[in-house]
Design a protein around this ligand. Structure first.
Ligand SMILES: [Zn+2]
Length: 216
């Protein structure tokens, strides 16, 4: 099994290929090797991403069948089922890298900011449960001067929400805490740019950055 940092390098390389419009033969050919994966899998990274149609995880990292264990939910929020999914992959497959992948112009973040600025009663209870998960990570920003600058507010809100999700995975599970302390598990915060196609691993990705808390 790859170490967290080696896995991270593999994602970086894949994203560089995606940005330059090149596709790896391995990822492409993995479709023809579908039968190889019937009996098992060994994904090298777990990715918690947003459901947004413009951020298909396997594509932006140029990976194929069996490479990534992907959890997608609007706003890349963390609830019990997301934590359970990460625990499952980390324990069952020995995957050592977990990436929370937010993205610029995220509709779920936008909806949360709008709801905080102009509350409505129209949202369904289910949609509200997503907004309520995002709310604590962006609420504080609205108390600052950022509220006058839509673009900056959105940019910072997206990253704040990714940081909170990463922190919820690091601190919300005994299993993941143990694996982090003893087995080199690493939770990294990242943002995909719709504008450039580049993924910026902005927290927890440096080799000396054990839990990524230093850069907060
Ligand atoms: Zn989104």
């Amino acid at each position: 099994m790859l170490s967290a940092l080696d896995s991270l390098e593999r994602l970086r390389e894949g994203n560089r290929r995606f940005v330059s419009g090149v596709r790896s033969l391995d990822a492409f050919m993995s479709q023809a090797r579908r039968n190889d994966f019937v009996d098992g899998q060994a994904p090298f990274a777990v990715i918690l991403g947003c459901s947004d149609s413009r951020v298909p995880v396997e594509s932006v990292f140029d990976q194929g069948l069996g490479d990534l264990f992907v959890i997608r939910v609007a706003g890349n929020i963390v609830a019990s089922s997301q934590i359970g999914s990460v625990e499952f992959a980390a324990e069952r497959f020995g995957t050592r890298l977990v990436v929370v992948l937010g993205h610029t112009r995220c509709g779920a973040i936008q909806a949360t900011l709008e709801e905080l600025q102009r509350p409505t009663t129209r949202q369904s209870r289910n949609l509200r449960s997503i907004v309520n998960r995002i709310r604590p990570s962006v609420e504080g920003l609205l108390a600052t001067e950022l509220r006058h600058d839509r673009e900056s507010l959105m940019r910072q809100a997206v990253r704040a929400n990714v940081r909170v999700s990463a922190s919820a995975l690091r601190n919300g599970s005994e299993v993941l805490e143990q694996l982090t302390q003893n087995e080199g598990l690493r939770v990294v915060a990242a943002e995909y740019s719709l504008e450039t196609g580049v993924v910026d691993f902005f927290e927890g990705a440096a080799s000396g950055d054990e839990l990524g808390e230093a850069s907060r």
